[in-house]
Design a protein around this ligand. Structure first.
Ligand code: FAD
Ligand code: NDP
Length: 516
């Protein structure tokens, strides 16, 4: 079915292209808009702006329901308001705290015994930056001639979107030739007493007025680990509750190494544990009851803040998708390779899609490519393979391609060679920072020039290191090429050009010196 849809869509686009399709079509348009986008986050905005740039008449709806504790925000979606951007800023704030101590070792005269973060000031700075991005986004939409309505849109039928311009007002309708659903997701809450009333999520933490204090972070995925780490770096006391394993879906060895790094930095893990209830004590603090699913023992502890980081649910429930006939799976929308839903003129992009990475650059590129296919005669599909990603912990973990387990599962252990090594960043020596968890590996084919299937790196600025290697991997990087690449010394990225020890050899992957 998907091939038929792609062909149909590309024939249609080629026709539009040859006719010089544009918004000033000779005849009166059949619909109010060429494109209505539901959701003004990374995916929706990229799609809307690109479509308008191709001459389409575009309307974009974006609406944020406040969280249970009342947090709300402006246009731009998760990444800008409650995701990547505030997270990266808090990550940076926590790294700077560490850097102050390092500065002293490097000879700076700073009283590092008395440094304390000002949580309120940090939150204000982060929120001010977000508000400036919200403003720039609105200006950008106006400049690019994308109409924006700050309302929740839902389907009345497959070409008609219904909305309420302001609370209490009458329902309005617009029609569109195409509809793109880019509504993203929101954090889940566990179904236990006190969860919604007393807990917060990543939607709240970046604008949280109170200092988080002793914080229970429930969940050991990206959000849980990143939040726990910046809280620790800022001087608070996070504990991470892990239901099964840390970073499920990632390379096991790297995930375990990351957890060990966090433990060494004083972040405790409550392993194989699930929350049972949250209660407010007389002193205002939160009593959390939990159960260890391995020992079946119940326990409890008291925290100032409970942060749920147990994954996200797609926002399909307000869309009235049944009226349009769009098929879903769990709380996500099912699409084909061209992001078409079960209704050919309705598409979905970004986090709302079933079975694709939930990452901003994925959302942006897929939205942009979709607009080009719809309005500029393009046939290029989004390539969801080998998307690089980073977990922003103090030593970051970044990877692209296959984990060691996946490579072995798909190719067989005999056909896989793993090159690996620990390394010592030069800048770690003077402040005597632990190098125990600085490690990298390349998962490669065993034969020929040894095509690289996956690259994994734990260390400083991992995202910056892996980004370029991701392009190389997508271009067919081999071990032979990697080892023929001259490194940039002294960097940590150069360690990838020095990987000479295979796991199969059993040789010690710990380096003796930095420069030979
Ligand atoms: P969203 O950005 O969620 O946008 C959807 C928008 O649609 C929202 O504004 C929503 O309120 C609105 N909406 C919903 N329903 C309707 C409706 N019916 N009508 C109108 N509007 C509606 N990714 C990275 O690549 N790097 C990172 O470092 C990173 N860090 C993250 C940190 C956190 C804490 C979180 C939670 C996520 C992070 N992500 C990161 C993931 C990234 O934020 C998402 O993949 C990305 O924002 C998805 O974009 P989207 O457009 O699909 O959805
Ligand atoms: P994840 O799905 O990655 O992790 C959820 C975690 O919560 C898992 O450890 C899971 O355990 C646990 N969990 C799930 N349900 C329960 C429950 N009922 N009780 C206790 N624990 C539970 O979700 P996140 O919210 O961390 O991240 C969502 C997405 O956002 C990511 O997939 C990622 O794509 C994106 N993101 C990207 C970032 C980046 O690029 N740096 C940063 C943050 C988010 P189990 O393994 O047992 O299921």
């Amino acid at each position: 079915m998907s091939t038929i849809k792609i062909l149909r869509s590309s024939t249609h686009n080629a026709l539009r292209s040859s006719l010089g399709w544009c918004r000033h079509a000779a005849s009166r348009p059949r619909y109010d808009y060429d494109l209505v986008v539901l959701g003004g986050g990374s995916a929706g905005l990229a799609c809307a702006k690109e479509a308008a740039g191709c001459g389409a008449r575009v309307l974009c709806f974006d609406y944020v329901k406040p969280t249970p504790v009342g947090t709300k925000w402006g246009i731009g979606g998760t990444c800008v308001n409650v995701g990547c951007i505030p997270k990266k800023l808090m990550h940076q704030a926590s790294l700077l705290g560490e850097a102050v101590h390092e500065a002293v070792a490097y000879g700076w005269n700073v009283d590092d015994k008395n440094i304390r973060p000002d949580w309120g000031k940090l939150v204000r700075s982060v929120q001010n930056h977000i508000k400036s991005v919200n403003w720039v986004t609105r200006v950008d939409l106006r400049d690019k001639k994308v109409e924006y309505v700050n309302s929740m849109g839902s389907f009345r039928d497959s070409h008609t979107i219904e909305y309420v311009a302001m609370p209490g007002a009458e329902h309005r309708q617009v029609t569109s030739e195409y509809v793109v659903v880019a509504v993203g997701g929101r954090p889940r809450y566990p179904d236990i007493p006190g969860a919604v009333e007393l807990g917060i999520t990543s939607d709240d933490i970046f604008s949280y007025e109170r200092e988080p204090g002793r914080t229970l972070v429930v969940g050991a995925g990206y959000v849980g680990l990143e939040c726990a780490c910046f809280l620790k770096g800022l001087g608070y006391e996070p504990t991470v509750m892990v239901r099964s394993i840390v970073l499920r879906g990632f390379d096991r060895q790297m995930s375990d190494l990351l957890a060990a790094m966090m433990t060494e930095r004083g972040i405790p893990f409550l392993g194989t544990t699930i929350p049972k209830a949250v209660e407010r004590q007389a002193d205002g603090r939160l009593l959390v009851r939990y159960r260890n699913t391995t020992t079946q023992m119940d326990g409890s502890d008291v925290f100032d803040t409970v942060l749920w980081a147990i994954g996200r649910k797609g926002l399909i429930e307000d869309l009235n998708l049944e009226a349009a006939g769009v098929k879903t799976h769990d709380d996500k929308i099912v699409v084909d390779a061209a992001e078409a839903t079960s209704v050919p003129h309705i598409f979905a992009v970004g986090d709302i899609i079933y079975g694709r990475p939930e990452l901003t650059p994925v959302a942006i590129l897929s939205g942009r490519l979709l607009a080009r296919r719809l309005f500029a005669g393009s046939t290029q599909l989004m390539d969801y393979a080998d998307v690089a990603t980073t977990v922003f912990t103090p030593l970051e973990y970044s990877c692209v391609g296959m984990s060691e387990e996946t490579a072995i599962e798909l190719r067989g252990a005999d056909n896989i060679e793993v090159f690996h090594g620990y390394y010592k960043p030069t800048e770690f020596f003077i402040p005597q920072k632990s190098v125990r968890h600085c490690y990298l590996k390349a998962v490669a084919e065993v034969s020929g020039d040894q095509k690289i299937l996956g690259l994994h790196y734990i260390g400083p600025v991992a995202g910056e290191v892996i980004q370029g290697f991701a392009a190389a991997l997508k271009s067919g990087l081999t071990v032979k090429t990697l080892l023929n690449t001259v490194g940039i010394h002294p960097t940590t990225a150069e360690e990838f050009t020095r990987l000479s020890i295979t796991k199969r050899s059993g040789r010690d992957p710990t380096p003796a010196s930095c420069c030979s």
